[in-house]
Design a binder for this molecule. Structure first.
Ligand SMILES: [Zn+2]
Length: 104
């Protein structure tokens, strides 16, 4: 896993942590916009009965936190809209799939 990611020209630090981090007590990930940091719960601590289920959850959480970061860095005010953020995070792979079918 990379430790930084470029969000519209701003470097964000990516960290993973376990259940002992209180900031992850009720979330699997968080985007700390003011600190330019994304903290993710380690995959082994995510809900899911299978490795595939936990990986799917992890990828969704990463996309969700990236949507927050991109919204923040582009100045959009839906940065705090959890429902919209989650919908975009879920749609990104589906949009990519549709895009790739068109491009092929
Ligand atoms: Zn969120």
């Amino acid at each position: 896993m990379k430790e930084t990611v470029n969000i519209l020209g701003t470097p964000y630090t990516i960290k993973e942590d376990d259940l002992n981090n209180p900031i992850l007590s009720d979330a699997d990930g968080i985007c700390k916009m003011y600190d330019k940091e994304i903290i993710l719960r380690k995959e082994e601590y995510l809900a899911g009965n299978t490795e595939q289920g936990r990986r799917y959850r992890r990828e969704h959480v990463i996309r969700h936190e990236l949507v927050h970061a991109f919204a923040e860095e582009s100045g959009h005010n839906y940065v705090i809209n959890e429902e919209l953020t989650d919908w975009i995070a879920a749609m990104i792979p589906k949009i990519n799939e549709a895009f790739n079918r068109i491009i092929e």
